[in-house]
Ligand binder design. Structure first.
Ligand SMILES: NC(=O)c1ccc[n+]([C@@H]2O[C@H](COP(=O)([O-])OP(=O)(O)OC[C@H]3O[C@@H](n4cnc5c(N)ncnc54)[C@H](OP(=O)(O)O)[C@@H]3O)[C@@H](O)[C@H]2O)c1
Length: 314
């Protein structure tokens, strides 16, 4: 499939890694749908993209991935105005030091980084073109390797809030969802595959906007800037593993990509280390079930579980 024939939806496409992914697809001649929460920022980003690729084919659709009402409205507008897609990139994400909740009371890392992707995917699934290999790429993080998911208290109602643990929880859920999504797609005989990719560390606004990664002292800030220039990659380099998963020939559903340099922080894209928990099917089924229950979006019923229960007469 040439770039020109593709329609690509990217959440959080107005900044950082999502913007770089949008730029690369514009350069390939794809139709790019920027799914963004701020109209002004999205329009500004589209102008910048068009400066670089004047023939760019770019749509903007409003989407706040942390709010189910916005996701439902986005899906409705997508059906009316776009209607079909080849690639979905669930990229939008946050890290914030304080406990925030969406309008349903869900903790904001979980709602934004994970539950939004689960619901957007379910609602866009019917629009994937059939008869060619289409892809869903979920953007992960090195942090998923340390992630634990608390099924009793996913929204931090009882636990003392820790933002890095909340971020890691959202990313282990994303990694597990990717595997379980791919498994269920395969069981239905779908042409669509699901893959994961992480950017390593990138010098984007992530964490800076909210102060989550800003040291409190001036020396700390100076030191961070120095270290960042040395260790961390620029956003266009960090976007490469995501582009690899989305475009490269020969990738397979369930693959996970990242930078292949020191500690997967930056470098050429290639296979990345995945937390074995993400590959655990029972864990994946539990993540799926809690996601359906929290979002109210249900899709790809587990055929394997269904056929097992039919065989056993349940
Ligand atoms: N940068 C890193 O080192 C790093 C490391 C590991 C993983 N990642 C992952 O990479 C992805 C992109 O991060 P980035 O570094 O490019 O960060 P970024 O520069 O802060 O960009 C994040 C994008 O997500 C959007 N977003 C945030 N909340 C949203 C919401 N509720 N609805 C819709 N869009 C929303 C932002 O929109 P606004 O501009 O409106 O805020 C922005 O467009 C995230 O999934 C992140 O977890 C990044």
């Amino acid at each position: 499939m040439s770039g020109k024939e593709k329609t690509v939806v990217i959440t959080g496409a107005n900044a950082g890694i999502g913007y770089q992914v949008a730029l690369a697809f514009c350069q390939q001649g794809a139709r790019v749908v920027m799914a963004c929460r701020s109209k002004d920022k999205a329009e500004q980003a589209r102008s910048e993209l068009l400066e670089q690729v004047p023939a760019g084919n770019i749509d903007i659709l409003p989407l706040d991935v942390s709010e189910l009402s916005s996701i439902n409205e986005f899906a409705r507008q997508f059906a009316d105005e776009i209607g079909e897609l080849d690639i979905l990139i669930n990229n939008a994400g946050i890290v914030t030091p304080h406990l925030h909740r969406n309008s349903l009371g869900y903790e904001l890392h979980l709602a934004t980084n994970y539950l939004g992707a689960f619901a957007v995917t379910g609602l866009l699934l019917p629009f994937f073109k059939s008869s060619r290999q289409t892809r869903i790429v979920n953007v992960g993080s090195l942090a998923h390797r340390f992630g634990k998911f608390d099924f009793n208290d996913p929204n931090w109602n009882q636990r003392k809030f820790n933002h890095w643990k909340a971020y890691a929880q959202s990313k282990i859920a994303t990694a597990s969802f990717t595997q379980e999504l791919n498994r269920r797609l395969q069981l239905t005989g779908s042409d669509t595959i699901a893959l994961g990719a992480h950017p390593g560390f990138a010098a984007t606004d992530m964490g800076r906007k909210t102060g989550a990664t800003t040291p409190s002292t001036r020396f700390g800030q100076w030191y961070q800037n120095k270290m960042e220039a040395w260790i961390v990659g620029p956003p266009n380099q960090a976007a490469q593993p995501i582009l690899y998963a989305a475009s490269e020939n020969g990738v397979e559903g369930g693959d996970y990509y990242g930078p292949t340099g020191w500690f997967e922080i930056k470098g050429k894209p290639g296979p990345a280390r995945i937390n074995p928990l993400a590959k655990n099917v029972e864990f994946g089924k539990r993540i799926w079930a809690i996601s359906e229950s929290l979002t109210g979006v249900s899709y790809l019923a587990d055929l394997e579980t269904k056929s097992n229960s039919l065989e056993s007469g349940c």
